[in-house]
Design a protein around this ligand. Structure first.
Ligand SMILES: [Zn+2]
Length: 284
């Protein structure tokens, strides 16, 4: 049995959101046990709160959006990944805009700030979601399978379906602990297509160069110096951690092939249905 965790001190991150191109200031604050991860839009009337949970996922079209009738928060996945990776259960995150800053396209800066803020154990046991049987989602050649396990492990196969000349099929597998998360996963950046990133830059919404917010590529070239030879599959694992964090603290071995946010959201709903049907449990 492990206790829940939060942070000791609040911290602030300001930056641009990559999909809406709007600057946003985000305050990440400690929160009491059993409150979970909650976002709050300070720029909207009545400052609506949105709990980061499967039931509030509204869209996974280009990023993970959670929301209620009162408002949405976009591109939460890298911050959620950092929180789950560092095993933080409770935080209140206020924003003055619609979207979490993209920073460098990875979760490394979030992890650094969480570590600087100090991670504190709280005096209440953590509720863990555990499977008693496999849960899976398949759609054509895309598959995500979650197997019962006593920890979080993710195995990911990325296939070079677009036949990019500089990419190859990539496979990676990690048992997710704060140590492996920090060292192997947090700094893996998202992929950005040159045309999209340049469009943002032309609108004057990017500070610094285009290659500072993603691994930027087009059909023939990669314009960014990679941090790992298999940075793309590591980022896919980072995204998967962020998406399953919407279930709370899940223990499972998740095996992914060609999947992304949409498949992860479907897996999340399937696991949540399994909890309701007694095929998964939530307990300390
Ligand atoms: Zn991502």
């Amino acid at each position: 049995m492990q206790n829940q965790r939060s942070i000791a001190h609040a911290f602030t991150i300001s930056g641009m959101g990559v999909h809406y191109g709007m600057r946003c200031t985000m305050h990440v604050q400690p929160a009491p046990p059993d409150s979970g991860i909650v976002f709050q839009r300070h720029d909207l009337p009545d400052k609506p709160r949105v709990a980061a949970c499967v039931a509030n996922v509204k869209s996974t079209l280009r990023c993970t959006e959670i929301g209620t009738e009162s408002g949405s928060v976009f591109t939460i996945e890298h911050l959620m990944s950092a929180l789950r990776g560092m095993e933080i259960d409770n935080c209140l995150i206020t924003l003055d805009g619609p979207e979490v800053p993209i920073v460098d396209g990875s979760a490394a800066h979030f992890v650094t700030k969480l570590m600087q803020a100090g991670i504190v154990e709280q005096d209440v046991p953590r509720q863990v979601v555990r499977l008693t049987a496999p849960v899976w989602v398949s759609d054509g050649q895309r598959h995500v399978v979650a197997l019962p396990s006593d920890r979080l492990q993710i195995s990911f196969t990325f296939t070079n379906d677009k036949r990019h000349p500089l990419l190859s099929d990539q496979y990676a597998d990690y048992i997710i602990t704060p140590e492996t998360y920090q060292e192997q996963i947090a700094s893996a950046r998202t992929l950005g297509w040159l045309a999209e990133v340049e469009a943002l830059r032309k609108l004057g919404r990017l500070q610094g160069g285009s290659v500072d917010i993603a691994v930027v590529m087009d059909e023939e070239r990669i314009y960014t110096q990679l941090r790992f030879p298999n940075e793309l599959v590591r980022h896919k694992i980072l995204d998967t951690i962020g998406d399953v964090a919407l279930l709370g603290h899940l223990h499972a071995h998740i095996i992914c092939c060609r999947s992304g946010h949409e498949m992860n959201a479907r897996l999340g709903r399937a696991i949540w249905d399994a909890v309701a049907a007694g095929a998964a449990t939530v307990s300390p």
